[in-house]
Structures are given as C-alpha cells and as structure tokens.
Design a protein around this ligand. Sequence first.
Ligand SMILES: NC(=O)c1ccc[n+]([C@@H]2O[C@H](COP(=O)([O-])OP(=O)(O)OC[C@H]3O[C@@H](n4cnc5c(N)ncnc54)[C@H](OP(=O)(O)O)[C@@H]3O)[C@@H](O)[C@H]2O)c1
Length: 273
Amino acid sequence: MTQPRTEVTVIGLGAMSRALARALLDAGHPVIVWNRTVSRADELVARGATLAPTAAGAIAATELAIVCLLDDGAVHEVLAPANLDGKLVVNLTNGTPAQAEKTATWALGHGAAYLHGGIMAVPPMIGGPGAFILFSGARPAFDRAERTLAVLGRPVYAGEEAGLASLQDLALCSAMYGMFAGAWHAFALVGSAGVDVEAFDDDLLIPWLKAMIALLPEQAANYEGAAYASEDSNAAMQVTGIENMIAASRDQGLPDETLGHLHTTLHSLRSVA
Ligand SMILES: NC(=O)c1ccc[n+]([C@@H]2O[C@H](COP(=O)([O-])OP(=O)(O)OC[C@H]3O[C@@H](n4cnc5c(N)ncnc54)[C@H](OP(=O)(O)O)[C@@H]3O)[C@@H](O)[C@H]2O)c1
C-alpha cells in the first residue's frame, strides 16, 4: 500500500517558491501555500494547492513548513505572528550564516525544529537531477524531512550548526559569480573588437573553462589559507598576465573593476614548489 504523502506548507511564492510548490504537488504532496501577493498563488491553486489567508494559518495547517522569501527580514516579518510550537520549519531563504544561526535560535525558542537550507539550483532545475539543496540543523529534523525534501532536489546534510548550509551556499555562489563575471568581461573584451560572442563562447570559452576546472582538485589539495601558484605557472608570470588583461580592457575602453580583485589575489600568491 502506498503511504500518504506528507502535507507541506510553502510560505512565499516568488519564482523559486513556486517551483518548490509545483515539485511537491507533482510528487503528490498536499500543499498549503501563502504569499503576500495573493495572485501569485493562482497557478498553484489551479494545480491543486490550497491557499491560506494568512501565513500563520498556513503554518498552523501542517507539521512541515518550507519558507522561501526574498531575505531574512521578510522571514521574520512573515513568521512573527505564527505559532511555531511543534512545527518543523525549513527555511530556504538565502542569507548569511549569522542570520541562519539567529533565526534557528529564535525558532527553537518558539518550540519549533529548524533546518536552514541553501538551494543550489535555479527554478527550472527544481525537482530535476541537477538540483541539490544544502541543509543544516539538528540531524533528527533532517532525517524526518529528508524524503519529502528529496522531491525538490538532492538533499545534502551540511552539519548541526544552522549556519553551515548558508556558508557553503554563499561559497558556491561566490565561485559561480566569479566565473560569470569573468565570462561577461570576456564577452565585452572580444565583443569590443567585433568578434562573434556566441562563437567565441561555444568554440573557445566553454572548452577553456572545462579544461581549467580540471585544475581545481590540485588547487584544493594545496590550499592552505591563500591562493597558490605552481612551478608550472609561477606567481610573477600570473601577475604579469593579469596586468596585461587590465591594460587591454582600458585600451578597449572597458571597465576593469572586475579584474581588480584578481590583481589583489594574484599579488598574494604563494609559490608551491
Ligand atoms: N530564483 C533563483 O534563481 C534562486 C536560486 C537559488 C536560491 N534562491 C533564493 O530563493 C529565495 C526566493 O527567491 P525568488 O527567486 O523566489 O525571489 P522573488 O521571485 O523575488 O520572490 C521573493 C518572495 O519574497 C516575498 N517577499 C519579499 N519581501 C517580503 C516581505 N517584506 N513580506 C512578505 N513577503 C515578502 C515575495 O512576495 P511578493 O510576491 O508579495 O512580492 C516573494 O514571495 C531567495 O532567498 C533567493 O536567494 C533563488
């Protein structure tokens, strides 16, 4: 006999929370939704979700509440009137580790179990094979919800301290934005000389980035609190290269701020024999 699916409350219906609610509905979970802008619930109600008139009402309706709002301030504003006693609150709102710790302490003080999450996906990836979600907080709370949370993406337990998921989420996003910022600057640089940006991306940039990703395991293995340069690619040579990138950007009339942090990082390189 198939087990009935856990009822889940979803607080917030932005692009991400709507994707979360859709994935839960598709997996057969009864879903209660609430959003400040009520019209954002229309599509989900048409799919079978129940719209609660208040956030407190939505939280009262189920044992498990997933909260995914713009920021920490919105989370506290929305949750303040709710009775959290006996609930499991899973907060997937992006924030700092300190905010996660503070919200965890607050939720536990109101009788809830609490997990903080970091969603490593964009909305169309939710429920698909490429999505994973980091969770931190008490292990029993994670174990209790893991099967339901797996509907959204592969759940990865990051540890007991509530801030650990946010810390790793922000670290991953920092690496991602570093890559995107570099790519956007590369597009501007070649585009300024009339090079076909799409062909450059397909034929050169993507294969180049894939080849460079293969260097990461060695870099991680040698990482001791500072970036490092190998014998094959020494620090002075790399600093000269970045200075050429900055000079070429200026010559092409492009801003070079995105390269400034590289210059600082490369100046602090330690060489590893
Ligand atoms: N979208 C992504 O690619 C992505 C990827 C990973 C993680 N995330 C994270 O997921 C979270 C939600 O992102 P999103 O893309 O869904 O953002 P979004 O589309 O801008 O939605 C923001 C949500 O927060 C609500 N909200 C904002 N301020 C509020 C307030 N003061 N009181 C009550 N509700 C408030 C909005 O309600 P209204 O509808 O009433 O405005 C809406 O439900 C963020 O923390 C984001 O970092 C997003």
